[in-house]
Write a protein of this length. Structure first.
Length: 407
C-alpha cells in the first residue's frame, strides 16, 4: 500500500519482475538495507544467528540482495534472520538459513535454487519476487521441496502446485478487498485506477479491484496504465482522472512511481484520495521524500511498524539494532514465514534427519489441516487452503503527520 511520491528519486531503476507481495518493481534501499547489501550475496544464519548447530534443518532462501529490487530481498532475508535467531535460542528444533541472491531475475533464481540443492536444502523460503518464484516453483514441485514465499503474490506462483504456499495476499484478493473497503466506508463513487500493465502484481490487483468495484456500483471514470516502473511522467493519467471527476485514485503500484504521481498531482492542484496496496509500504522511508505529499494517503498492508503491540514492538527494536532501519511489511512477512515453518515442523514431528521429500509431504498436510493456524506480525489466526493461499485480515492505514494510522 503505498501511495507516495518522490521528488528526489534520482534515477531509481525499477524491475518489473518483483516482489512483495509483488511481482515487479524497484526501489531505493534504506540506509540499513544498503549497508547489508555490501555483504556477500549469500548468507547463512544458524544457531544464535551464526553457524548452525549440528542437526539443524536447512532452509534455503532466494531473493534479490543486489540490483533494483534489493530492498525487498534484503528485508525478507533480514526479517527471517531475526526469527531464526530467536527460534534457535529456544533450544530444541534448530534452523540453518542459507540465502542466495537472484537479483530479481528468473534465470539467476534457477541457479540459486541449484546451489541450495547442492548445499543440502530441505525447505525453500522464497522466492521474494513473483517471476523468479513462478520459475522456481515449477522446480520445487517436480523435486518435492516444500516452498513458502514471503512476498510473491501472483496466483501463478501456486497454481497447480500443492507444495507451494504464500504468506501474503494474492493479487486479485487484495484488489477485491480494497474495492469493498472503499464501498463500505463511502470513500467515493467516482474512481480512477492507475496501474502498471507490464507488471503482474499491479495488473492483478487492478483487475480484481475494477471487477469488484463495478459489481458494487462504483463508477470507474478512468482506467489508466503505464508500461513499466521507469515511467516518470504521469500527466496523461492524472489529467484523465481529474477530467473524469475521480474522487479517489486507486494505485496498486510500487512506491517509486507512486511518489512521482503524488508529487505531480500536487503540482497540478489535484487532490483526490489516493489509495494503494502493499507495494507502497515503505514510501515514508524513501530518502529525500517529502512526507507531506503522503498526507491522507491510504494503503492496505498487513504490518504497521508503529504499532505498540508487544510482539511487533520487540521485532522493530531487534530489527533496528541489527540493521539500523525500520522494518517494512516484507521484513515482517519473512519473520512470519520462519515461525510458520517452525510451528508446522513441531506439529508434524519433523526432524533434521528426514529427507526433503518426506518433509514436504508432512508440511503440506500440516499447513492445510483444519487445526493449524499461526499468529504472526502480519496476521492472527492465519490459515492456508489447499491452493497454498493464506487467509488473514488485511489492514488499511491512512498517513497522518508522517505515520500510519489504522482505520
Amino acid at each position: 500500500m503505498k501511495r507516495f511520491f518522490a521528488v528526489l528519486l534520482t534515477g531509481a531503476l525499477v524491475l518489473s519482475t518483483l516482489a512483495g507481495c509483488s511481482s515487479g518493481t524497484s526501489s531505493t534501499a534504506s540506509s540499513g538495507e544498503a549497508a547489508s547489501s555490501e555483504a556477500s550475496t549469500s548468507s547463512e544464519a544458524g544457531s544464535e544467528g551464526g553457524a548452525a548447530s549440528e542437526g539443524a534443518i536447512v532452509i534455503g532462501g532466494i531473493g534479490p540482495l543486489t540490483g533494483s529490487a534489493a530492498t525487498y530481498g534484503l528485508a525478507t532475508k533480514q526479517g527471517a534472520e531475526i526469527a531464526v535467531k530467536e527460534i534457535n535460542a529456544l533450544g530444541g528444533l534448530q534452523f540453518e538459513l542459507n540465502f542466495q541472491d537472484d537479483e530479481g531475475d528468473f534465470e539467476k533464481a534457477g541457479n540459486a535454487y541449484n546451489t541450495l540443492k547442492d548445499k543440502g536444502m530441505q525447505i525453500l523460503y522464497g522466492c521474494t519476487t513473483t517471476q523468479p518464484c513462478v520459475a522456481v516453483a515449477s522446480l520445487t514441485y517436480e523435486d518435492r521441496y516444500f516452498q513458502l514465499t514471503p512476498s510473491a503474490s501472483s496466483t501463478d506462483v501456486t497454481d497447480g502446485k500443492d507444495n507451494v504456499f504464500q504468506m501474503c495476499f494474492t493479487d486479485p484478493d487484495q484488489g477485491v478487498t480494497a474495492a469493498q473497503f472503499v464501498k463500505d466506508k463511502g470513500l467515493a463513487t467516482k474512481i480512477a485506477v492507475i496501474y502498471n500493465n507490464g507488471d503482474a502484481y499491479s495488473t492483478g490487483i487492478a483487475q480484481g479491484f475494477i471487477s469488484q468495484a463495478k459489481e458494487l456500483g462504483l463508477e470507474i471514470v478512468a482506467e489508466q496504465t503505464f508500461p513499466d516502473d521507469t515511467t516518470t511522467d504521469f500527466s496523461v493519467q492524472l489529467n484523465a482522472a481529474k477530467n473524469g471527476g475521480a474522487e479517489l485514485v486507486f494505485m496498486p503500484i510500487y512506491y517509486t512511481p507512486a511518489s512521482l504521481v503524488l508529487n505531480q498531482a500536487k503540482a497540478m492542484g489535484y487532490a483526490p484520495i489516493f489509495f494503494g496496496g502493499d507495494g507502497m509500504d515503505g514510501i515514508l522511508d524513501m530518502d529525500g521524500f517529502d512526507k507531506s505529499l503522503a498526507e491522507g494517503l491510504m494503503l492496505m498492508t498487513p504490518f504497521n511498524a508503529a504499532s505498540t503491540e508487544e510482539r511487533t514492538a520487540k521485532f522493530v527494536t531487534e530489527y533496528q539494532e541489527a540493521y539500523g532501519g525500520i522494518p517494512n511489511q516484507f521484513a515482517a512477512d519473512g519473520y512470519d514465514c520462519m515461525y510458520a515453518i517452525y510451528e508446522a515442523c513441531q506439529k508434524a514431528g519433523i526432524t533434521a534427519d528426514m529427507s526433503h521429500e518426506d518433509i514436504c509431504e508432512k508440511l503440506i498436510a500440516t499447513f492445510t489441516s483444519a487445526d493449524f493456524s499461526v499468529d504472526g506480525l502480519t496476521g492472527s489466526g492465519m490459515t492456508w487452503n489447499t491452493s497454498g493461499q493464506v487467509t488473514k485480515a488485511p489492514q488499511v492505514f491512512t498517513v497522518q503527520d508522517g505515520v500510519y494510522v489504522a482505520n
